[in-house]
Design a binder for this molecule. Structure first.
Ligand code: 13P
Ligand code: SF4
Length: 337
């Protein structure tokens, strides 16, 4: 791992403008720790012709300090497809880096910590999907992107939380198998006539929210807007004013500019969004994703210095997984090439 770096006058100059933006979510006393990494990462990124793609759940110093592109899973996949960079550093979890590799097989895709997993991705294997296909012959398999390449390779089409209903309906069938998030599957079932066959995976972060907790927020802060991610349990979604992907939630705040809002999702997102909307009061229920939090500035710098850790996939498996990811991008009418 890299040595501790100094907060020199040059570093201060190079990072002052970034600090001015984030000062109300990052305490001043912490900035001398982050700033030297931010300055080095941004310099090395240019040298390597690298791009940093960061998920909306990354911490503010990553999200606002070094990311070239930030977004939800769909946005990161699209950006990974569009980039001209030679190296992609994916600041998010492993399935996101794998998706970037599937879409860019010839590029170097790095993740700063290989252990950044996801409870949804680890809830199902390719063998499980083969078992389901044998049990429901001819029923198409729609797979949330929060899965391994192995699972995608067995699937007909992928979806994200931003396009799940649209993708399910694009198949034109009466029934689909929907993997692996049970709650997202239930949410889709409520919003379509297509019959949904569910798997029982769940997000360890979103499943902890309760409807009762949200009713308490309404009591304590009358008029508060509650916006939730569809990985939350049904009683939570029933209390929400809006349900959508992480980028959908950000768009909602942008369009509605509520005086007060609760973002029922991973904790860092409220801080990241609060930087853009200083007039909105964010109530922050703080459920952290331990996998997302494995990515740190020192690990990103290490990644750029050493080109570790490279995400690799078997070519044949990547090709089969690409079919499902590309069908999603096509069905979303979000140009992939
Ligand atoms: P989004 O695609 O909505 O960003 O969701 C990804 C995720 O992991 C949510 O927990
Ligand atoms: Fe996976 Fe949940 Fe973390 Fe998202 S928040 S990466 S779904 S464990």
């Amino acid at each position: 791992m890299t040595e501790t770096l100094a907060y020199s006058p040059e570093v201060k100059r190079a990072t002052d403008a970034i600090f001015a933006r984030v000062r109300h979510v990052i305490p001043e006393i912490e900035w001398p720790v982050h700033a030297p990494y931010i300055a080095q990462i941004n310099a090395l990124k240019a040298e390597r012709n690298a791009v940093i793609l960061a998920h909306n759940y990354q911490t503010p110093e990553i999200f606002h300090g070094v990311a070239d592109y930030t977004g939800d899973s769909l946005g990161l996949a699209q950006e990974a497809k569009a980039t001209d960079a030679d190296v992609i550093v994916l600041c998010g979890v492993h399935f996101m880096a794998e998706t970037a590799k599937i879409l860019n097989f010839d590029k170097t895709v790095l993740i700063p910590d290989l252990r950044a997993g996801c409870s949804l991705a680890s809830s199902i294997t390719g063998a499980d999907v083969r078992m389901l296909k044998a049990r429901y012959p001819g029923v198409p398999v729609v797979t949330y992107v929060n899965t391994t390449a192995d699972v995608k390779a067995e699937s007909d089409v992928c979806c994200t939380s931003g396009n799940a209903v649209k993708i399910v309906e694009s198949l034109g069938t009466d029934r689909v198998i929907f993997l692996p998030d049970e709650y997202l599957g239930r949410y889709v079932a409520q919003n379509t006539d297509v019959e949904i066959i569910l798997w029982t995976g769940s997000c360890e972060v979103h499943e902890r929210f309760t409807g009762e907790e949200l009713r308490q927020y309404r009591k304590q802060a009358p008029g508060v807007q509650i916006i939730a991610h569809p990985e939350c349990p049904p009683d939570v979604l029933a209390e929400a004013d809006y349900v959508g992907s992480t980028s959908g939630m950000i768009d909602y705040v942008d369009r509605k500019r509520p005086a007060r809002v609760v973002m029922v999702t991973e904790c860092s997102m409220s801080d990241n969004v609060a930087v853009e909307f200083p007039d909105v009061d964010f109530i922050k229920p703080c459920n952290l994703c331990p996998h997302m939090k494995r990515i740190t500035l020192p690990k990103i710098l290490h990644s750029l210095q050493t080109l570790e850790y490279e995400v690799t996939l078997d070519a044949d498996l990547a090709q089969r997984a690409l079919g499902a990811v590309q069908r999603m991008l096509d069905a979303s009418q979000l140009k992939a090439a």
